[in-house]
Design a protein around this ligand. Sequence first.
Ligand code: SF4
Length: 286
Amino acid sequence: MVKKEITSAAKLKKELEEAKAELASRNKKLKLSVKTEPKKKAEPKKKAEPKKKEAKKKVEAKKKAEAKKKEAKKKAEAKKKEARKKVEAKKKAVAKKKEAKRKAEAKKKEAKKKAEEAKKKEEEAKQKEEEAKKKEEEAKRTYEEELEEQLTEDEIKNFAIDKTDMDKLVNRVTEMIASYATNGILQNILWRKLKLSSRDGSRLALKLEKLGNITREKILENGRWTYLLLIKKIPISTISIENAPCLVCPVEGKCSTDGEISPKTCVYIEDWVLTELKTKKRHETN
Ligand code: SF4
């Protein structure tokens, strides 16, 4: 401040007023400077505000992202848990199915076993029944067995049917039985072919056996005892001998097995054998 020399009151007053005005002006400026100073200080705050806001925003975004991530993780875990649960459930279902199948199979096996046992029992019962029946049948005496007891050997050998050439019948029946060779023929079938009654047939079979032409084998056929007739001795047919070409052969004296004239090459013998075979077959079919 400049010191001025006071010359008068008016001048002093004026100078006072000027000093006052200057002071006021300075105060004003000072106030202004005081007012603007905080403003200058507040500016960085104003500038920092968006940054802070931005940072806050970023933090919030980060928080949100983290929350989202957490939520996603939670969801993924829940999903995983659910999937694990489903797998477990599936495993349980498979195990249950397997168990059910095993039980069903065991049940089936048991049922099969029971059925087999029942079948076995049934078969055993059937077998026992058949054995009992067989024993019962075996115990039964045949008509022929009764006849054998009732008749003498001569009565059997001399058995004859009225108005029948018995020698011829014996030969015919023996030849027929012989045609069945080792297989034999059931007596009831043979009697049917010959149109003989069971009574006569049974007696004739006994006669043939006593004569030594056949043998009889007792067999069980369709639950009934009968006889299988088998050839023992093939008879020589009288008729066949009568027709033999050798009996009337003019060169019979020159005929020998090793000679020029021989039964091996003889056409008469061949024709005779063929005729005999045809006759035999005709008898069998009749
Ligand atoms: S085999 Fe012939 S040739 Fe010899 S005797 Fe008999 S029919 Fe005669």
